[in-house]
Unconditional design. Structure first.
Length: 402
């Protein structure tokens, strides 16, 4: 109970910052008053939006149909100029975009942001289209179709699952066509904004829509993962933007997603799922090959691999890593008992446990065996089974709005 009370108090102290991008935490570390940050963030976002519109160059857009592949046009226009290089898109305003909307995000309450989003887009005069996801995989299919049709941007409107699916649709198009002008954006309506926290994306629909339309773009790294399917020997080739977890990760995600977060909230629901996973999980031995070097870890509770130090629901890693530095991390929580793990649980929410479990920075990882714990989880959902190969894709994803 003392551990739980400490975590709740810690969460309350940090709650103000959970809905703001990563730069808010600079104010927190500097111990500046919250009112100073709130005023500065408001002034900065308003000024930045105006400046982007004032200085952004015009981009000619040729109109075209958008009815194929289930896309619902609303004044939809498609960019036909595919010769524009990606490095020239750093400040190019967005003239056409496609929204992938997940109606079930945040237990169907994320839809409350939709009317204001559509109102802002209508007021801007931008050409846009949208479609709703109904089942797993729809986001990838719709995003790929929109990217191929020539939209300036494909926007994920949902949580981390929606972000992952849309990225998995956009990135193959960018890999196949290096001259593609398509970019990626997020209007977040989920529960745990880990992607937005790392990339400095506002959770306010008005702020993020203005920044997306202004076209400010940063190219960031992604992780590619190849792993075995859940119920077959076939392999899948996918992408993730935050982290992959091996060990307890799948059990924690499954418990959180099956009602605990809906009933108790994001933080408490995930914490309860974590405590249940610790109680039932049997630590295993994992065999890894990191940049060609074999590494064995005994008594593994969880292995974190990824780009984003914000894992889920307040869980974080205190690491020196940037979104575009061409590296990913490996942090193995191993070699300790369950009682020891419970004692360091508060440090999982500050990231300071990384001082004890030293991170490894690399470009490629292979995981060939994990004892009885062979589930693969990334970006918030169980996805398949080991073995898995993970590699970094440097600066592959052009992200709008940061």
């Amino acid at each position: 109970m003392r551990i739980l009370e400490r975590l709740v108090r810690q969460r309350q102290r940090r709650r103000f910052f959970d809905d703001f991008p990563a730069h808010a935490r600079v104010f927190q570390r500097a111990r500046l008053p919250l009112a100073v940050f709130a005023r500065s963030a408001h002034d900065l976002s308003d000024h930045a939006g105006k400046q982007y519109y004032r200085h952004a160059a015009a981009l000619e857009i040729h109109q075209g149909p958008a009815q194929e592949m289930g896309l619902r046009p609303q004044n939809a226009a498609i960019q036909q100029n595919g010769n524009l290089q990606r490095h020239e898109l750093m400040q190019t305003p967005v003239k056409s975009l496609f929204l992938v909307l997940n109606p079930s995000s945040r237990s169907f309450t994320g839809q409350k942001k939709w009317p204001r989003t559509f109102e802002l887009l209508d007021q801007s005069g931008v050409h846009y289209a949208h479609a709703l996801t109904e089942k797993a995989g729809d986001g990838t299919r719709l995003a790929e179709a929109a990217a191929k049709q020539g939209f300036d941007a494909v926007i994920a409107v949902g949580g981390d699952g929606t972000i992952n699916e849309v990225i998995s649709g956009v990135v193959p198009v960018l890999e196949q066509n290096p001259d593609s002008a398509c970019r990626f954006g997020v209007i977040y309506t989920g529960t745990s904004p880990d992607f937005c926290s790392f990339h400095g994306l506002s959770l306010d629909p008005e702020v993020i829509v203005n920044r997306i339309l202004a076209g400010h773009t940063r190219h960031v790294d992604l992780c590619r993962i190849v792993h075995r399917c859940e119920n077959s020997e076939q392999t899948v080739n996918r992408y993730f933007s935050c982290s992959a977890n091996f060990g307890m990760g799948a059990a924690i995600a499954r418990g959180s997603n099956t009602g605990l977060r809906k009933r108790f909230g994001d933080f408490i629901g995930t914490l309860l799922s974590m405590l249940d996973a610790i109680r039932n999980y049997i630590p295993s031995r994992f065999q890894l090959k990191i940049d060609g070097n074999e590494c064995d870890f005994d008594q593994v509770h969880n292995i974190f691999i990824g780009k984003n130090p914000y894992i889920a629901s307040g869980i974080r890693l205190k690491l020196d890593i940037a979104a575009d530095d061409g590296r990913m991390y490996v942090v193995a929580l191993h070699g300790i008992s369950k009682f020891r793990l419970l004692s360091i649980l508060p440090r999982v929410y500050t990231g300071s446990f990384c001082r004890e479990f030293e991170p490894i920075f690399c470009r490629e990882v292979e995981i060939s065996a994990g004892g009885g714990a062979d589930e693969v989880e990334y970006d918030g959902d169980p996805q398949g089974r080991l073995p898995a190969q993970i590699s970094i894709l440097p600066r592959i994803l052009p992200v709008l709005g940061g």
